[in-house]
Design a binder for this molecule. Sequence first.
Ligand SMILES: Cc1ncc(C[n+]2csc(CCOP(=O)(O)OP(=O)(O)O)c2C)c(N)n1
Length: 359
Amino acid sequence: MFDPNELSIEMVQILDENGGGDEAKIAAFSDDWLLNAYKAMRRARVIDERLLRMQRQGRIGTYAPFSGQEAAQVGSALALRNDDWIFPSYREVAVCLLQGMPLEQFFHYVQGRLSGKRMPDGVNIFPTQIIIAAQTLHAVGCAWASKLKGEPHVSVAYFGDGATSEGDFHEAMNFAAVYNVPVIFFCQNNQYAISVPYAKQTASRTIAQKALAYGMKGVLVDGNDVLAVYETMKQAVDAARRGEGPMLIEALTYRLGPHTTADDPTKYRRPEEVEAWRRKDPLHRVRVLLARRGLWTEAQEEAFVAEVNAEVTAAYEAAIASPSGSIADVFDYVYSEAPKLLAEQKAEVMRRKQAKGVK
Ligand SMILES: Cc1ncc(C[n+]2csc(CCOP(=O)(O)OP(=O)(O)O)c2C)c(N)n1
């Protein structure tokens, strides 16, 4: 008999919440690597906080903040090559920025412009997926194509804990393992699917252990430890590139803010819980480590934050200066030839717009 409660899955951690931990492994990370990772996380946090404020000011539409999840996103993205394929959900802004998405492009997306979903040529990021878990199947298909064509790319599906309850996730896992394709399933377990807590999502102790049923390797990693996430992801990506098959990574983390700007998390989370996770902030521990090595001062922090704020303002201004979308876009890009009903609806909307004198 097999008792899942007897499974012992240890969480990979290198840098603990106080900036200490496995000193031998920490020493293997160079000053440059640490500074680069910290700047990517700080940049992401500043961008996230600005976007949240911009939504409140009515400058952008609904937004899904990711503060608290920077280490999971930055650590995993730093382990990739920039020609690997990314299949993001709506929360992976830090991953997309590191993989080459221009910040202005993201403003197009959150302002509802058609151009927002189309990445520049050479940026291997699929359009943001809103349908929970659907991108897991797309990633497997892409990885299978890479394998058949003999290309060296790895595909990565990013998703949350809630996505593991969808059929798509299980179909994707099964197919990936059977066909041994170079795909990584990267689950950011931020412990809530909107208001649904982990305990109501699954009876499995970990998400990582779900890999077992598919004959795939699974790993649980401290998602707030950028060093451990990087190391884990690097091993997974290198193995997939060598043809050793897919892997499921569960990065245990916490969403510090609301699910989206339309959500009020105080309705379903206790303040003490949020406070406990604030003490595990992924940026804080790296900052402590940088200070220990004498690499980063308060003045450098201030200058860097000002630089990112200027970058955000410039990207926003460039986006609003570009042509905005039209209501016609809603009708034009679903079918190559519009069915009769859709064509009639479009004609009516355009007639009404003209009657009102709007463009
Ligand atoms: C198939 C599907 N069902 C329901 C929704 C509505 N919905 C949007 S976000 C969300 C929660 C997803 O939670 P999780 O997968 O844990 O990701 P997180 O938002 O925490 O990053 C749900 C149910 C959806 N977008 N798609």
